[in-house]
Structure formats: structure tokens, C-alpha cells
Design a protein around this ligand. Sequence first.
Ligand SMILES: [Zn+2]
Length: 56
Amino acid sequence: MSNKNQTEATTELSFKCANCGHMYPTDNLREKSCPVCGHVNNIEEGCLVNVSNEGY
Ligand SMILES: [Zn+2]
């Protein structure tokens, strides 16, 4: 296990589904349908959140 600088934690852009609340990675897309409910979320709707990956 390597000691990573915690101030440089990996942040990932994710959509938070406006319909069901499921969070899923954007894959660098501007809009993407929710894998759970199929609702299409896009960046303009402000559904984008930063998720910090803590550990594994
Ligand atoms: Zn959904």
C-alpha cells in the first residue's frame, strides 16, 4: 500500500440521477442515461457532482 498525498485525491465526475438518485460515471460524456432507471441526465441540468475516490 502506497502513501498517496490526500490533498491530491482522485475526483471523478459523476452524474447523480435526478430521477432515482443513482450515481454513475460520466465517461466524459455531456449526457448519459441512468443505468438504473434510464433517465437521461446531462451536465447542463447540474446533475454533475464530484466524487472523491477514497481508497479502493
Ligand atoms: Zn436513475
